[in-house]
Write a protein that binds this ligand. Structure first.
Ligand code: BES
Ligand code: ZN
Length: 618
């Protein structure tokens, strides 16, 4: 398949000809019909005088009318044949005249199968009182929420007015200006929002539900159903410290508010960096702040990703690799345990090896990927995160260490703030920043083509200091070397001095070895009782070890875990492991078919491919 446009393989838009420069949404949430409908007023700017139309992306949208906001004149439009992945091209004839800027009013409605939205019935929420709606637009689902130039190359500020039943609170990826009763409709409230900073369409977000908030810092609240507010406030209490640490590294936080929203369990990601309001999975609520690095990660996106944005999702590593790098710097500013940075980097390397293996060293293991005809959800993996991180860590070592490289990072943000860039632009800036002869010589030793375009593991792997992992490694080696006939050397005490993160490391290391015997798994359960651990990262790894070791006990527990929460990072590998083991395959498929209508659309459609019930794109 060819690229949809010369600007972006995944978008029909042509921002080089005519670009969206502002959006104003006036929409209503209808829980009964499971649709959002209303008008979006988009201001567009001609980039070429001869241009007569604007091209937008639209997916499963009903467009009922388009007009020129100023004159009221109706405008002709056409909606192209839809493709399953990318939706349709929406072409609108611009008002005649020799103006440069126009505001177009598009009356539209979403469809109940909108891929950006999940609609939950009251029974599917913790409180069971009200329905719940949330969005997830990254990478290319914004086009199913409103007609837009759904390419990260296009950035625009927005305002919004959202009408919804008065029992629910509405929030967006913007500053909330306030709520008012709706004229002529006492059952509804309208809430207004302002996002002054230009954002790409994938950062558009909305939530509506029976949620409450608690202050956790001078510019931060945590939002969730009331059942989780206390736990969430405790878990994410380090938020302000993290924001300050990030500001010290990369400059002022420009988004004014930094709130967190804890979603229902079906939220497909760990976190999503929606501006002013990070979305997070409830699987982070471990009770001991051990999973708060995800918050550091989403905070980091306030600079890497949300200020400096990948121009297309082929350069997604610029978003996620840089964010991983900044995340680990923030985490290490808060926790100054010597060697911690290397411990985390090494953990990332294990994640990378795992991802490369899962992807069979295939095309999605390149740092810069080819997305022509590809659904970015299919190409998603840990590779852009961890291969990107590895490249930055390697460059840090090559160019003079952390202090020097942190300064570069700050300049990079300043240089490209509020822009969208590709890999070449980043590389050009790197060369111009490190212009002294010694740095240039060092840079010229980098095999850029291999880093950007080769499949598999990176060409250079830094030598991480593994001191902090030593206790985990020793215990892992003991278990691997032991014979099933004599496991008496192990005791419940083995874990006494290990932190939650070290236990996770121990299990991760075991996952890289040959599967454990059922005898060993049973002994581990007897001594360490991992079945009772609620920490999602530990539970996930323990379940995988069980499935890979063909321990029948693990099947019902894995099924329980993939059903009670929908974070793809956990759900997909567990379903794949179950598929790969004959004894677990049918139970997994049966469970999936039974619950798929309750699942998030994206998760369901990817798991369907993992279980070979449907073909993947490309
Ligand atoms: N932006 C991503 C989530 C995402 C990526 C959604 C691509 C849709 C398409 C977010 O910042 C993220 O990376 N989340 C991670 C956090 C982790 C790396 C700390 C997650 O969800 O696990
Ligand atoms: Zn991220």
């Amino acid at each position: 398949m060819a690229a949809l446009s010369p600007c972006d393989p995944c978008s029909y838009s042509r921002p080089d000809q005519c670009a969206v420069v502002h959006a104003d949404l006036d929409i209503a949430v209808n829980f009964d019909k499971k649709i959002i409908s209303g008008t979006v007023h988009i201001t567009v700017e001609k980039k070429q005088a001869a241009v007569e139309t604007i091209l937008l992306d639209a997916k499963d949208l009903t467009i009922s009318q388009v007009s020129d906001k100023d004159s009221g004149q109706e405008l002709t439009f056409s909606l192209g044949e839809p493709t399953e992945i990318f939706g349709s091209k929406l072409e609108i004839k611009l008002p005649t005249g020799n103006g440069k800027k126009y505001t177009l009013s598009i009356k539209y409605a979403t469809s109940p199968k909108c891929s950006a939205l999940q609609w939950l019935r009251p029974e599917q929420t913790a409180g069971k009182r009200q329905p719940y709606l949330f969005s997830q637009c990254e990478a290319i689902h914004a086009r199913s929420l409103f007609p837009c130039q759904d390419s990260p190359a296009v950035k625009f500020p927005y305002t919004a007015k959202v009408t919804a039943p008065r029992e629910v609170t509405v929030l967006m990826s913007a500053v909330r200006l306030g709520s008012d009763p709706c004229a002529g409709d006492s059952a509804s409230l309208e809430t207004k929002f302002l996002q002054e900073v230009p954002i790409p369409s994938y950062l558009m977000a909305i939530v509506a539900g029976d949620i409450e908030s608690r202050d956790i810092g001078p510019r931060s609240k945590v939002w969730s159903e009331k059942e989780f507010v206390e736990a969430a406030a405790y878990e994410f209490a380090e938020t302000e410290d993290m924001l300050k640490a990030a500001e010290a590294l990369v400059g002022p936080y420009v988004w004014k508010q930094y709130d967190l929203l804890v979603l229902p369990p079906s939220f497909p990601f760990g976190g999503m960096e929606n501006p002013c309001l990070t979305f997070v999975t409830p699987t982070l609520l471990a009770g001991d702040r051990s999973l708060a690095n995800v918050v550091a990660h989403e905070i980091a996106h306030s600079w890497t990703g949300n200020l400096v944005t990948n121009k297309t999702f082929e350069h997604f590593w610029l978003n996620e690799g840089f964010t991983k790098y900044l995340e680990r710097l923030i985490v290490c500013k808060l926790n100054q345990t010597p060697g911690y940075h290397h411990f985390l980097a090494n953990e990332g390397l294990v994640v990378l090896r795992n991802a490369v293996k899962t992807l069979n060293n295939g095309p999605y293991t390149c740092l810069v990927v080819d997305l022509k005809g590809v659904d970015p959800d299919d190409a998603f993996s840990s590779v852009p995160y961890e291969k990107g991180f590895t490249l930055l860590f390697y460059l840090e070592t090559l160019l003079g260490g952390p202090v020097v490289f942190e300064k570069f990072l700050h300049s990079y943000i300043e240089k490209f703030t509020r822009q969208s860039i590709n890999t070449q632009q980043w590389k050009d800036f790197l060369y111009s920043y490190f212009s002294d002869e010694k740095s240039q010589t060092a840079l010229n030793t980098v095999d850029w083509d291999a880093w950007f375009n080769s499949q598999g593991m990176p060409p250079v792997i830094p030598d991480y200091d593994t001191t902090l992992a030593r206790a985990c490694t020793e215990l892992r080696e003991k278990w691997c070397a032991a014979s099933d006939a004599d496991l008496s050397q192990f005791s419940a005490n083995d874990l006494a001095s290990l932190s939650s993160i070290q236990i996770r490391e121990f299990l991760s290391q075991l996952l890289e070895q040959e599967p454990l015997s059922v005898t060993k798994l049973e002994k581990m359960q007897e001594l360490y009782d991992f079945n009772s651990v609620r920490n999602s990262e530990i539970r996930f790894r323990w379940l995988r070890l069980g499935l890979l070791g063909h321990w029948a006990d693990a099947i019902p527990r894995a099924i329980e875990f993939v059903t009670e929460q929908g974070r793809m990072k956990f759900v997909r590998p567990l379903y794949r492991d179950m598929y790969a083991w004959e004894e677990a395959r049918q139970p997994a498929i049966n469970n999936f078919l039974a619950v798929k209508d309750e699942m998030h659309n994206t998760t369901a459609s990817l798991v369907e491919k993992d279980l070979h019930l449907k073909e993947a794109s490309s």
